[in-house]
Each structure stands twice: as structure tokens, then as C-alpha cells.
Design a binder for this molecule. Structure first.
Ligand code: ZN
Length: 345
């Protein structure tokens, strides 16, 4: 497949982007079971929030300020969790382009993003370009634009020894994904762990533990967890987070949908939040939920469009997918600056 030159989301291309970082700091926060690095790139100085308790205990004491003392002038911290599902490379391409913007002011098309560049300087940005390098390495395709949904599901969710695609719910009904595995889907690391559905009180994957540790140490205000699907780009509601966080997620999803509408992109704003547990079976307490509970930040899942072939799915090309990603980051930076977190005594 002939891909545009700005479309950089292979493991080797992510390594190259990381090694080009000059203005930011690069850290390896975990090595995957397949011995690949999980990178964390940070921009902006880490402020001292004078933490004296973990988030949960601070809530027990009646004030999150015991975990992180944040005044109205504290720089927002935004933690971009790059795809943990290896075939969902759209977020990896987006974050590689974001790194280029933070380094040079322009994306890899040469397009200037002054607003991102300027607003980023008023924040601390933490970027994991790829949360599951094992899964990404296993996916032989570098884009799903014009590819059928069946192919995407095969590479993402994997197949049994008999060659039957797991699909949904099969791919989530066995975890770790071991024993009956023909092709191990890109959802999983090399140990068969789907980081989105790890055991968060006792993580099976080092990658999961490193993501939670980063959130715990950094006290991010916002945590977009990047995924992709066939439909229109969408912010998903987080399960089992406080109602005021759910309301804030809805507010942001509407701002973002309006931005996509103005840009001629498909969009899908959230409806009003509802209480968890009003219907059976219950929602999963997933990575997005867990990230909130270690730091109190607004964590949300973002689903980008793949650009799949079938017309029932959102029809977007590579340019539009990159715009979907970069506009998300731009709107989130604006939203973060307009909605500061105040945790005061
Ligand atoms: Zn996903």
C-alpha cells in the first residue's frame, strides 16, 4: 500500500520520531514481553504539587489537594495515552505528528499548528506514542483506509488455532489470550494481555503498571486514551468515574464534535451522562476508568475512524484522519486551559 509521507506509525518510525526529540525529554517507562520499549516523551517542566498522600487517601481525607496541591495558576498536565491496541495506529500517527509540531511548529505535511504550539507551552504534555509495541509489531498493515472491516478485526482481535476469527465478544471472553491462538491479535502484548482490560489492582502487564505509575506520579488533569473504530470519531464516556467528571467529558465531546463539524469531518457528540449500574450486564472497569482512580484526572476514551472500506463506516482518508487527531489535541489543549483544576486547602 502506498501511504502518504506524513503517515508515520510503524514501530521503526516511532523510534525515529523519539530519537529526533530535542525540546522534550524521553524516558523508557517499560519494556514489553517482546522486549520493546514503551516511551514517555514529556514537554514542559514538572511542577511540584507537594503530594503527601495517594489520590484515594486524599479523597478519604476530603481533599484531593493532599495528593496534588493545584492552584488556578498551575499548568495543566495532559497525558496522551497512545494506542494500547496495536492495529489502531491512527493515534500513533497522530502523536508522531504532535511530537513534530512540538519540535518544529509544523506537522509532517509541513502544516503549521501555531495554536497547539503556543498552548502546549502553557501546559505539561506527556506522550506515550504507542502503549503496546508488541501488538503494533504483529500487525502487518500500516493503515486501514479502504480495507474491509473483516481484515481489521482479524489483525486486531486474532483467530483460533482452527483459523476462526475471534471477533467480539470472543476476543474478550478469553484473557490472557493463550492456548487456543492461531494469530495473536494486535490487541494483545506478547503475553496475551489486553492492556485495556488488565487486572488494575494487580496488573499482569508491565506496560499497564507503567501507565498507572505515570498517572500517579504526574497528577494529569486530562488523559485521552487513544483508540480507533469504524464509525465517526467519538469521545466515549468513562465508566465508574464521578458524575462531575462524566459531565465534563460530555462538555468536551460537544466542543470537539462542533470543531469537527466546522471542519467538514464526521462527528458524534455524547448524550447526557447516566449513572453506572442502572442496567445489566455492567460496564467494564477498564484502563480509562483505572487511570482516573489513581490521579483524579478526566480520563476518556477517544475512538478515531479507521477509514474502512464499507460504506456503513465513516469514510475518511489519511489527511482527514490526521486532522481528526490534531484537532482533538488542539481542542483538548484549549479546553484544559479554559477549565483549570483547583485543588486548594
Ligand atoms: Zn481499541
Amino acid at each position: 500500500m502506498n501511504l502518504p509521507s506524513f503517515w508515520k506509525g510503524k514501530i521503526q518510525e516511532i523510534d525515529e520520531a523519539v530519537s529526533s526529540v530535542k525540546r522534550g525529554n524521553v524516558k523508557i517507562i517499560a519494556r514489553s514481553p517482546g522486549d520493546k520499549p514503551v516511551y514517555l516523551i514529556s514537554y514542559g517542566k514538572k511542577e511540584n504539587f507537594k503530594s503527601q498522600a495517594n489520590y484515594n487517601s486524599a479523597c478519604g481525607a476530603g481533599n484531593p489537594a493532599f495528593y496534588a496541591h493545584k492552584t488556578a495558576s498551575a499548568k495543566p498536565v495532559i497525558f496522551f495515552v497512545g494506542p494500547v491496541h496495536g492495529q489502531e495506529m491512527e493515534g500513533m500517527v497522530g502523536l508522531v505528528n504532535l511530537i513534530n509540531i512540538l519540535e518544529t511548529g509544523c506537522d509532517l505535511r509541513g502544516k503549521e499548528w501555531q495554536e497547539i504550539f503556543e498552548n502546549a507551552s502553557k501546559c505539561r504534555l506527556l506522550i506515550i506514542p504507542c502503549g503496546n509495541p508488541d501488538g503494533r509489531s504483529r500487525c502487518p498493515l500500516d493503515s486501514f483506509v479502504g480495507i474491509g472491516a473483516k481484515n481489521m478485526a482479524h489483525y486486531g482481535q486474532g483467530s483460533t488455532k482452527d483459523g476462526v476469527d475471534y471477533g467480539w465478544p470472543g476476543t474478550k471472553s478469553r484473557h490472557p489470550m493463550v492456548d487456543d491462538v492461531g494469530f495473536l491479535g494486535a490487541y494483545f502484548n506478547d503475553d496475551g494481555i489486553n492492556i485495556m482490560h488488565d487486572d488494575f489492582f494487580n496488573p499482569m502487564a508491565r506496560e499497564t503498571k507503567a501507565l498507572l505509575d505515570t498517572a500517579r506520579k504526574e497528577a494529569p488533569n486530562f488523559i485521552p486514551v487513544l483508540h480507533s473504530h469504524g464509525s465517526s470519531p467519538a469521545v466515549l464516556q468513562a465508566a465508574y468515574v464521578p458524575f462531575y467528571i462524566k459531565e465534563k467529558i460530555v462538555k468536551f465531546s460537544r466542543q470537539l464534535a462542533e470543531c469537527y463539524r466546522r471542519s467538514g469531518l464526521p462527528n458524534n457528540p455524547l448524550s447526557d451522562p447516566s449513572n453506572d449500574g442502572s442496567k445489566y450486564p455492567p460496564s467494564a472497569f477498564n484502563l480509562t476508568s483505572a487511570l482516573h482512580h489513581v490521579c483524579g484526572g478526566m480520563s476518556f476514551t477517544f475512538e478515531c475512524s479507521h477509514g474502512l472500506a464499507e460504506e456503513i463506516y465513516a469514510q475518511v482518508n489519511h489527511e482527514q484522519i490526521l486532522d481528526i487527531q490534531l484537532l482533538l489535541y488542539n481542542e483538548l489543549l484549549k479546553f484544559a486551559l479554559a477549565n483549570p483544576t483547583c485543588w486548594e486547602f
